[in-house]
Ligand binder design. Sequence first.
Ligand code: PMP
Length: 388
Amino acid sequence: MSATQLYFDHCASTPPHPDVIRTVAEVMGQVYANPSSIHGAGGQAEQLIRRSREVVARALEVEPEDILLTSGATESNNIAIFGIAKAYQAAGKPIHMIVSEVEHASVYKCVQQLEQEGIEVTYLPVDENGRVRPDEVEAAIRPHTVLVSIMHVNNEMGAIQPIGEIGDMLRRYPKVTFHVDGVQGLGKVPVRLAEWGIDLYSLSGHKIQGPRGAGVLVKRKQVALKPLMYGGSQEGELRPGTENVPCIVGLAKAVRLAVEGQSERYDKLVRLRQFVLEHLSQMKPLVVNSPAVPYGAPHIINVSYPGMKSEVVVHALEQRGIIVSTQSACSSKLHKPSRVLLAMTHDSQVAASGIRISLDANCSEDELKRLVQSFKQMTEQLQSLVQR
Ligand code: PMP
């Protein structure tokens, strides 16, 4: 990124926190022994992992034994979903899973793959605010439903799903495991794992100013998963392989900072989002897709220019020094209309022209003014093209 560019793609990845960079560098330089080695240096590395696990557990109000360290949320989601499927497949039982139509690819493609292997999957629609309805989740439950997987905050249009209500309802179905992809919610909106009855919860370091290549799957004791990989005995044999100690320590710091600052960050982001929306909502033909607070997350603004391709708008903004994105970073190179916006709006023109602006709580007023100004100039330019 050049110094003159302004970055509004925090949902795709965040700049690491300076304390995280310092910690990762220090640990990388000093603690390089293998945590599984029986000598003192190995023990020191192991102790750092143990402490990091405790920090993450405390921040999320779960037990340290519930924390499974992974390489990121894609891996956490895969371990959760395939892990459950394999556990039931091993028992030779029929399997049904429920997900929403707006899940991230790292959940959606897992269940699509399982469907090809004969597992039944229900894809729940979302309402005009991009949210699933808890009563529809309940209506979809079958005698052989083993998993409900619903994300907390949608990474494209920002809908906050009614996780607490779904979790409450699922208490009446103790055989159903509840998985939540919490990547975009952590540090932005409140999360209550125990209160909401969440059994499995995925998070990712690089979305919360932590290091890339580090994530967590929270797995409550009652959940039995089969491993997807085989090797050493690390992470209860569910995630074998030598641990990435520097990034684990950096991740723990990032999780703690994310949770500690959540409420203040939320208030700041709501104000910033409001400022941007007040201006963008005046700029016809631009339409705002993200649901309003309290149904929409405070850091995500999704808009469309129906009739225009998202990539064209994103590149035009980049020429003005404004970095935004089309759909999720993981799907943006597909150049297809957004599956998520289509599920929410049922409008293919809107779905083909979605643009995501994702904010950081430290964005300054001047930066937001430049963002708004660039959108204004571009809208005027697009309008003059249409009128010609
Ligand atoms: N889930 C959601 C909601 C996401 O936004 C992302 C990142 N785009 C992921 C999962 C995957 O996370 P990671 O990059 O850590 O694999």
